[in-house]
Design a protein around this ligand. Sequence first.
Ligand code: ATP
Ligand code: MG
Length: 389
Amino acid sequence: MRRDASSELIKKLDLEKVSGLLDIPDYRLTGAIERKTLQHVASRPELFRFDKPISSVEGGTSIFIEPFDIVRGFPKIQRTLVLYPGLVTHFSSCNKVAVEEKMNGYNTRLALVGDELVGLTRGGFLCPYTTEKANELVGLEFFLDHPDLVICGEMVGPDSPYVPKSIYDIESLDFFAFDVREKISGKPMPVMERRGLMEEYGINSARFFGEYDVEEAHNEITGIIKGFGDSLHEGVVIKDPQMVITPVKYTSSLSNCADLRYAFEFYNDYGRDFFFPRVCREAFQSMEWDEDEESRRKRCLRLGESILLPMIETIKKKKNGERIAEKVQIRVKNLKTALDFETHLRVLGVDAVFEEPEQIGDEYLIRIRKIYHSTNDKTESILRGEMWS
Ligand code: ATP
Ligand code: MG
């Protein structure tokens, strides 16, 4: 049965072509299909995606069948916990580094497939909502001139169904480019060339702070992060101006804590994965910034409150009979996009309740509640008197 399904799919994929273009032996592709690491996800345009990395091909790489195309996945960005000597070690072959804001939203790749501009999310899925927004916010012009390039960027704003944030002055949703790459090889463009190209087409880029000597960058970045103050700007991404050495990310304590508040509201779904790395980040930052007792105490309090307060709220809500859900919203011009997006969330395994659309001008606002079953069930069972384990 499984073999039949796989061989049907293999027939649609030109394995020889894919293997040549991605430089992976075709038996590895066949094995990946058998294991569902390379899986079929959508019927129009016909799309396969890599669920995990294979050899040098990133997870989230998308392969379109008809018309044929490949969009490489967005590579993982390493994180440094100390700016010094993290940056001088990583960027030892560069004189300068370029520093950009790490925009807090969701990763999006925009590319032309056939004559359609599609919006892909990190996992290599075609997201109908992102696609509608990409067509509205970025449009086709750039891609008609550069059909072999993909623009990678962050979709940011309150009308984001994945990472809703109101930290920037964005009314609905906006797109900020941070990479332009070759679609098939994934080769990135140098930072300033890319920013210039985006400007030429009137496409926003992530905020640029400056280019600094590698030896000095830690001081500059400490200033930038401290300058964020109480705002929830997430952090920075530090890049080799030529984009030969891979980028590095570094984030602020306030955004760490905002992530923890979110994770512990849905503690049994996200808490464990979010917790340990963020505690480590806090500890190294406190050391590097040589904090006095007062600042350390503030940091400890902030961290503790970010974990416990949302979780206590969740338990109270459950005690009062409420369902634990995350409220998000989307704003569409076309109601079909909302229907397609509902199907898309179902494919992702997200249990989401869509409310009736509310017409605002020429758009529809649709509120969505994502239900977190694990947190609901665990909290309910404990409140019923069941044991934790
Ligand atoms: P990963 O570490 O695998 O990239 P993650 O989900 O852990 O993914 P983050 O911690 O959010 O991701 O950091 C990486 C992400 O930051 C990128 O995938 C990208 O979406 C986002 N990002 C925002 N601004 C920038 C920028 N200026 N340059 C590069 N990436 C940026
Ligand atoms: Mg992010």
